[in-house]
Design a protein around this ligand. Structure first.
Ligand code: F6R
Length: 612
């Protein structure tokens, strides 16, 4: 999705802006552009295509300005083209704007501005913004606050979601920013300040950030930042230091971010566990305040998320139901928000989102809140939009996830959900303490066991080499293994573009087995000792119809005729997905590499889906 960068300070702006845009490439985009102030004029350079194209434009190298705004665009209104790329200027070329989000009433505003004589060069919703600013600027009272007031009047007219950055040739010492339902942060430096839609874009310059709230304005100077509320009353704001290391958002010698993030999982899990529990002690979540009285009257838990985060929720459901005996349902956020779900003050709703910016998940959370449910957000991104909406936020602390395909965020979400289930069970006092103690010990062993799984990456690579030209694949499993089958299948589709389906093994006979024919690849996950016999029978059914089978298992299998068995360490079945998903992440990765695809930036996908 779209990305924003801004710079004002004592350096040349262009390299900072280009670097920032490069760090945002992972979000997915189809055009890029920058605007700087040079000799009192706004110079905008933009086009469809990659950030690298911008860098090669000769004119850009001669720009010495130390103020600028920049954008990567993911087309919503109007195809990718030079005209539709941001920044957009008003007709008089006094104001330049970049914008993330969607202006829902842009038709109306365009109509209004057209009647006032404004013309438009693009098909975008964004182009109304600089022209509206110009309209209010020229029709407002002339004083020192004229620029800010014009931005505020224009923003008051907007319906939808936005993060907006504005620069004016009349005010070469400042950038004005405002947001609603779309992220925006300001990074504080020495004699320089930065703006970004995403922390990694400017993490190499500063670790000190102001996280802008909805409807909050900031006027950013090189040496100062002023914050204003929606009535333009000025207020002070506290700064947040981000622990992420700048190198955490770099490849560190790995060929791709995805591979790096797969290998970061042992550490990511250590960070997720953090100080949330120790052996012999109860789990503790400083970040939430849930009492036994409250939890005892909860009659339903909803876990709501999208994509991979939803798959983590499925594993969370199994843990909560097993340990807490509270009925728990998982739903896709885009379905949940429109189907009038049964929610009241006895409902606890948990929303999982790596980015914390997914539009559907945030809308689902708002819906739950409006119906008086208590809400918990599970996210990886500090200060992300979801954290402002939820009653409580729990961070996964997996570190920045840059590759579009989620890997370490998934495993850390699963770990966190299981720890949360143990925490609830301990509050309720209904759990078998020995069982929970054993589970804690198993969770603490996970990082080392993940390392063992990663050591077998070459075996998976070999299997991937054999099957990467296939057109269809099937993933099977029961219980938590089915949750992993769903995730493995999604990962394969996303980055290798191979059609794949996942089924609960027991469903095979109810239809899908008709698709199994000679040579079809079937991947089965088999980790639950209670279900092993049944699952083996299901795999035999596809083998006898000619399928090629990859089986990922922690069980000792004898007398089986599977093509390839990948052994993984044994663990508690509540957390087995954390180990069994890793071969599947690697499998998709190696298939995509064999097909020479861009694993970090798969086609049509964006890292954070900030529009519906
Ligand atoms: C898959 C993937 C997506 C995300 C989904 C939700 O690899 O990354 O399916 O899981 O878009 O994103 P978040 O977790 O940011 O809400």
């Amino acid at each position: 999705m779209c990305g924003i960068v801004g710079y004002i300070g004592n350096k040349k702006a262009v390299p900072v802006l280009i670097n920032g845009l490069r760090s945002l490439e992972y979000r997915g985009y189809d055009s890029a552009g920058i605007a700087v102030l040079e000799d009192n004029e706004i110079i905008a350079i933009k086009d469809k295509g990659r950030v690298a194209n911008l860098e090669n434009i000769e004119d850009i190298k001669n720009l010495n300005s130390s103020i600028g705004i920049a954008h990567t665009r993911w087309a919503t209104h109007g195809k990718p083209s030079k005209e539709n790329s941001h920044p957009h200027l008003d007709n008089s070329k006094q104001f330049a704007v970049v914008h993330n989000g969607i202006i829902e009433n842009y038709h109306e505003l365009r109509e209004f501005l057209s009647q006032k004589g404004y013309t438009f060069l693009s098909q975008t919703d964004t182009e109304v913004i600089p022209n509206l600013i110009h309209y209010y600027y020229t029709n407002g009272i002339r004083d020192t606050d004229q620029f800010l007031r014009a931005v505020k009047s224009a923003v008051d007219d907007l319906k939808g979601s936005y993060a907006i950055e504005v620069m004016s040739k009349n005010y070469p010492d400042r950038i004005i920013v405002v947001r609603k339902d779309s992220p925006l942060v300001i990074g504080k430096g020495n004699d320089e300040n930065f703006v970004a839609s995403d922390i990694p874009a400017i993490l190499c310059h500063t670790k000190d950030f102001y996280l802008l709230e909805d409807n909050e304005y900031a006027v950013v100077y090189a040496n100062d930042i002023h914050f204003f509320d929606n009535s333009l009353e000025e207020h002070s704001k506290s700064i947040k230091s981000i622990e992420w290391d700048a190198t955490a958002a770099e490849k560190n010698g790995y060929e791709d971010y995805m591979l790096k993030e797969i290998y970061e999982q042992p550490n990511a899990i250590r960070e997720t566990i953090g100080s949330r529990f120790k052996l012999g002690e109860k789990c503790n979540f400083d970040d939430i305040d849930i009492s036994k009285e409250y939890l005892s009257q909860v009659n339903k838990i909803w876990i709501v998320a999208c994509g991979t985060a939803m798959h983590a929720g499925l594993v969370g459901k199994n843990a909560i139901e097993k340990l807490c005996k509270i009925s728990t349902e998982v739903d896709i956020a885009s379905e949940f928000r429109y189907r009038d779900p049964i929610i009241n003050d006895k409902t606890l709703c948990i929303f999982i989102s790596q980015s914390g910016e997914t539009a559907d998940t945030i809308a689902a959370l708002k819906l739950a809140k409006s119906k008086n449910a208590k809400t918990i957000a599970v996210t990886n991104v500090i200060g992300s939009s979801i954290t402002r909406e939820a009653d409580y936020t729990i961070y996964t602390h997996a570190g920045p996830e840059i590759a579009v395909a989620s890997t370490k965020a998934y495993t850390s979400q699963v770990v966190l959900m299981v720890i949360l289930a143990m925490y609830f069970a301990e509050i309720l006092g209904i759990c078998d303490e020995n069982c929970v103690e054993q589970l804690k010990s198993d969770i603490l062993d996970l990082p080392n066991k993940i390392e063992t799984v990663l050591e077998s990456a070459d075996d998976i690579k070999k299997f991937a080499e054999k099957v990467y030209t296939e057109h269809d694949m099937y993933f099977l499993g029961r219980g938590n293994d089915y949750c992993v089958a769903l995730e493995g299948s999604l990962k394969l589709k996303e980055i290798s573009y191979i059609h794949s389906e996942s089924y609960a093994s027991g469903e095979l006979k109810h239809g899908p087995i008709a698709l199994i024919e000679n040579g079809v690849t079937v991947i089965s996950i088999l980790t639950n000792p209670d279900l092993v016999e049944k699952s083996i029978s299901n795999i035999q059914e596809v083998v006898s119809r000619g399928a090629k089978t990859l089986v990922i298992t922690n069980q000792k299998l004898s007398n089986v005729n599977f093509d390839f068995i990948m052994n993984i360490p044994d663990t508690n079945s509540l957390i087995s997905p954390i180990l069994s998903v890793i071969p599947l992440q690697l499998f998709s990765y190696y298939i995509a590499k064999n097909k020479k695809l861009d694993v970090d930036k798969p086609r049509n996908l964006a890292k954070s889906v900030t529009v519906e």
